[in-house]
Ligand binder design. Structure first.
Ligand SMILES: Nc1ncnc2c1ncn2[C@@H]1O[C@H](COP(=O)(O)OP(=O)(O)OP(=O)(O)O)[C@@H](O)[C@H]1O
Ligand SMILES: [Mg+2]
Length: 348
């Protein structure tokens, strides 16, 4: 339903997309995950014909975006990164208008608007002008707009950014029902948990390229085994604790030390056995521990491994070879050493 082959897009001399290839079939939810500036919105624009790429082929629902952009647009329901609603119309009127533009009868457009207002809990404000909506209400109205015509392909650019937890749940349930009905959904997100929850397949973008793809589980497997997190009782012990933990985990890679040394992390290739070894060796070294835990890898770990950053903004065109680039005042974990976190599993 969506296919991108070797798509490139430059803004001036800057390459936002660099030979990007993706595909998603009917009923599939494809999650596009990447740090700020990695090219997610540019990909959305190319798919929805808002941008004509410099190179490569984009097809949607069997239509070539270059030669049949109208057919592509008719196949897609789009909710962009910034909610686009008509502020002068009420929520109900907005949805009804979209339905009519997509060719629904007056009655069908009204029924569909009602259903979606109910689903996204907008009924209480359905008669209010959208210009008076809160940010989250606009976002939900915009999402509802993407679903009005039941298009075979739905493209959602960061659909849950700025939503409260209930709004996020409503959106997730909408995506799940779309997929169950056979709709192909492409969704971009900063929320690793969201991709984990919703996406059948995930493509991790960095600098306009897919650097990894697979199911959430496959990506987590690539991120390595389980991990051990330790909070030393005294953060001045953190350097010593890092060395002890590295030894206990088999010296696979440097410990990840959170800013200030309050929390440390290492891989646990032998699961509980590594945890037991870490506990023993920390005790033997006389390092008191406030907290210690064994956890399965998360998509955060995937990010860290693949991009050298922890889903924090990466500067455009940043070419530091994957070394950690978090600044001193960032609260995100940074690697304690350079070299263990190079780009891995790089696809060209
Ligand atoms: N109209 C434009 N002109 C010039 N550069 C642009 C333009 N739009 C995007 N870019 C650049 O292209 C790169 C990719 O931008 P894009 O909006 O696709 O990123 P994104 O992954 O959606 O980021 P975010 O998570 O912040 O939404 C960025 O470096 C951005 O600065
Ligand atoms: Mg974006």
């Amino acid at each position: 339903m969506i296919r991108l082959e070797a798509v490139s897009q430059a803004y001036g001399s800057f390459r936002a997309l660099d030979g990007l290839s993706l595909s998603a079939g009917p009923g599939e939810v494809l999650g596009l995950l990447g740090p700020n500036g990695s090219g997610k919105t540019t990909t959305v624009k190319v798919i929805s014909t808002l941008l004509q790429p410099d190179a490569g082929v984009v097809t949607v629902n069997g239509h070539d975006a270059a030669t049949a952009p109208d057919a592509v647009r008719r196949s897609i329901g789009l909710s962009g990164q910034y909610a686009a609603v008509d502020e002068k119309l009420t929520g109900y009127e907005n949805l009804q208008m979209v339905g009519r533009l997509y060719g629904l009868s007056r009655r069908d457009a009204a029924t569909r608007a009602g259903e979606l207002l109910e689903h996204f809990r907008l009924e209480p404000v359905a008669g209010k002008r959208a210009g008076q909506y809160s940010g989250g209400m606009r976002r939900r109205l915009d999402l509802a707009g993407a679903l009005v015509a039941r298009p075979p392909v739905v493209v959602l650019d960061e659909p849950t950014t700025g939503l409260d937890p209930r709004g996020r749940m409503d959106t997730w349930s909408a995506v799940r029902s779309l997929s169950a009905e056979g709709t192909c959904v492409l969704l971009t997100t900063q929320y690793l948990e969201e991709a984990d929850q919703l996406a059948d397949n995930i493509a991790v973008l960095d600098a306009g390229r897919v650097i990894a793809e697979g199911t959430a589980q496959e990506l987590k497997d690539r991120a390595g085994s389980a991990r051990i997190d330790v909070v030393p009782a005294d953060s001045t012990d953190s350097e010593r604790a890092a060395r002890v933990l590295e030894r206990a985990s088999g010296n696979i890679e440097p410990a990840v030390v959170e800013a200030g040394g309050s929390r440390l992390g290492v891989p646990a290739p032998r699961g509980e056995a590594t945890l037991a070894a870490a506990l023993d060796q920390l005790a033997a070294a006389g390092i008191p521990v406030a907290e210690i835990s064994l956890r399965r890898p998360t998509l955060d770990d995937v990010f860290l491994r693949l991009t050298g950053t922890n889903a924090v903004p990466a500067g455009a065109g940043d070419e530091n070879g994957g070394a950690p680039n978090a600044s001193d005042d960032t609260p995100e974990p940074v690697a304690a050493g350079v070299g263990g976190h190079g780009r891995q599993g790089v696809r060209s």
